[in-house]
Design a binder for this molecule. Structure first.
Ligand code: GLC
Length: 607
């Protein structure tokens, strides 16, 4: 069917995908009706935005920050007044961590949603939220929210009706009257939180039911094999694009399709569901985009972009690049980084480059890459875990373990960027030299995420070098989950400018953001070529646009605390010669000489 009102109408593909999964005309027609009504309801100012702003994720001007409303500002009313903070730092995209009404008590940092149409009353209400969106839009800031689609809180109205057997909700979740099927699933499905929430099912005596709970017991997995679940969640998503949300972060996407006998991760139908959501967003709210959260193996992550003409997620977290950065920081060896980013990503999609976020760091470096570089994968992972836990003697990092498994000693790590980069230890030991080194490390990390190909996403607090916050250890709702270590209250006390460390880190970050925005070579569509350098302590890349007038940029990052020489031959191999200027420090570098000197943790951005 062709629809003259909706210009991006793409029903043929949508129908085909939908019917290939559901084969249900009635449900499909219901979906189409609701799409039309959401299009009709879409405010005119947003329709205007739709015509003007489709390609914003590729722009160098897009610089993100993620934050918890309560930790950053207290509540939504106060957040609305913070637009000037983002503006002066240069942030143009703000990801607000879960803010929908969560269940009371433990709620996995808001990822257990009780109502998709209400705001967490501790933060405000929908009116307050609308004011934040409008205030941010007026300041040129886009808004991203979490859309938790794999599960709801067990208190959600659907869940409560489901356990009472009320139709059609009785088929909204994966519930079983006996443990036969759950036991079969447990044979093949790995556990997400083996320590804090073991198993994939929870048995409820009061309902005499086994319920699929991939994450915490209070998060019940939705049953996407039921078309009504897909329709209802698509409507919930459109509700948010229609109030002006520019970026929808789809939480935990690899998990949304379950199939007995499989590991229930990254299954083909997940990709179909995501493609359908992308089609729907582009039909009804084309200026909005989808960010997928898929923290899985590198080869699987990249598949969530889809293909050039069949995009699934517009943005994905570059989790391997993040892990490689931390690996390089600990080992002072940048070689792992050379292997990332170069993977092909479809046009009109981008990586999100980040160093820290609200979650832990899981050491997902491919074994063959490690072996190729001469590391034993198990021992190397153990080194990283202990380095960032701070338990290796020479470690400068202060972090905690997360999901430690005493059987194989496996774990992930938590901690803020600054604490993992050595600032906490240096401050504690009043070591001025180490403080300076740590501040340079933070700057180097931010330079990588801000100047690499993709959209940078800074984790709130990292721009002022926030240290770990240990208060969660005394809170019974949080003490089991060390991710709260890096979820501290933003420190507005005294003002950033009065604290020398904070203001230095802040000014460094601001300067890098300004640099990114100044040069078109940092646009998302411009290629990044990672160089294979002879000196392993240095990672380097070139941003280059073949066949255009744009001058390439050569970036070199020294991960070690010692001077390093880089042979210019490695650079000249890429047909780049002559005298270059460092865009931040202004110094001149002559590529006709044999080597370039980098001071401890120095980076050069040369053009
Ligand atoms: C995502 C979130 C994480 C949460 C999980 C379950 O991975 O980033 O914080 O625990 O989903 O919702």
């Amino acid at each position: 069917m062709c629809n003259s009102i909706i210009s991006n109408w793409n029903e043929d593909e949508l129908r085909e995908l939908y019917q290939s999964i559901y084969n249900n005309n009635e449900a499909y027609e219901q979906l189409i009706l609701s799409l039309k009504s959401y299009y009709k309801l879409r405010p005119l100012n947003l329709k205007k935005r739709d015509m003007e702003e489709e390609q914003w994720i590729q722009k160098r001007d897009t610089v993100g920050m993620m934050l918890y409303v309560d930790l950053f500002a207290g509540n939504l009313k106060k957040l609305a007044k913070k637009a000037s903070y983002f503006k002066s730092l240069g942030i143009t995209l703000v990801h607000l961590m879960p803010l929908l009404k969560p269940r009371e008590g433990q709620n996995d940092g808001g990822y257990a949603v009780e109502s998709y149409r209400e705001i967490d009353p501790k933060l405000g209400n929908m009116d307050d939220f609308q004011k934040v969106i409008d205030a941010f839009h007026n300041s040129g800031i886009r808004v991203c929210i979490d859309f938790v689609m794999n599960h709801t809180a067990k208190e959600h109205e659907w869940a409560q009706k489901a356990v009472q057997g009320i139709k059609p909700y009785d088929e909204f979740y994966l519930m079983y009257d006996s443990d036969e099927i759950p036991r079969d699933y447990e044979q093949t499905v790995p556990q997400v939180f083996p320590k804090v929430s073991p198993g994939n099912f929870t048995y409820y005596q009061c309902y005499n039911k086994w319920i699929f709970t991939s994450f915490y017991e209070f998060q019940w997995d939705l049953n996407y094999a039921n078309p009504l679940v897909f329709n209802a969640m698509a409507e919930n998503m459109l509700y948010f694009t229609n109030i002006g949300i520019d970026l929808i972060r789809l939480d935990a996407i690899p998990f949304i399709w379950k199939q007995l006998g499989t590991n229930c991760r990254n299954l083909p139908n997940v990709h179909k569901l995501l493609r359908m959501l992308q089609i729907i967003v582009k039909m009804i709210a084309p200026s909005s985009a989808i960010l997928g959260e898929a923290i899985v193996e590198p080869n699987e992550i990249v598949k969530y972009f889809g293909q050039d003409d069949k995009i699934e997620c517009n943005l994905l977290y570059n989790a391997s690049y993040m892990v490689d950065i931390w690996n390089a920081i600990a080992t002072r060896d940048g070689r792992c980084l050379s292997h990332s980013v170069n993977r092909y990503v479809p046009k009109e999609t981008c990586w999100i480059n980040y160093a820290r976020c609200h979650d832990d760091i899981g050491w997902g470096i491919e074994d063959n890459v490690l072996r190729g570089l001469g590391f034993d994968p198990y021992n190397h992972k153990q080194f990283l875990i202990n380095f960032y836990n701070g338990s290796i003697q020479d470690s400068f990092a202060r972090g905690r373990l997360y999901e430690f498994n005493p059987e194989d000693m496996d774990a992930r790590n938590t901690g803020t960027l600054a604490s993992l980069a050595g600032l906490e230890k240096a401050v504690y030991e009043s070591d001025d030299y180490q403080k300076e080194i740590a501040i340079n490390r933070i700057k180097l990390i931010h330079a990588i995420i801000l100047l690499s190909k993709g959209v940078p996403m800074i984790y709130s607090g990292d721009e002022i070098g926030a240290l770990n916050n240990y208060s969660y250890e005394h809170n019974s709702d949080k003490s089991h989950d060390s991710r709260w270590l890096h979820r501290g209250v933003f420190d507005w006390n005294k003002g950033i400018s009065k604290d020398p460390i904070k203001s230095k880190v802040y000014e460094d970050t601001k300067q890098l953001i300004k640099l990114r925005k100044q040069f078109p070579i940092f646009d998302g569509k411009i290629n990044q070529i990672n160089m294979q350098l002879f000196n392993k302590h240095v990672f380097g890349f070139i941003r280059i646009s073949e066949g255009s007038e744009l001058k390439p940029v050569i970036a070199l990052f020294n991960f070690s605390e010692e001077n390093q020489l880089v042979g210019t031959y490695d650079i000249k191999q890429n047909q780049i010669y002559g005298i270059k200027t460092d865009l931040l420090q202004g110094k001149t570098i002559n590529l006709d000489e044999e080597t370039i000197l980098l001071r401890p943790l120095e980076f050069l951005i040369m053009q």
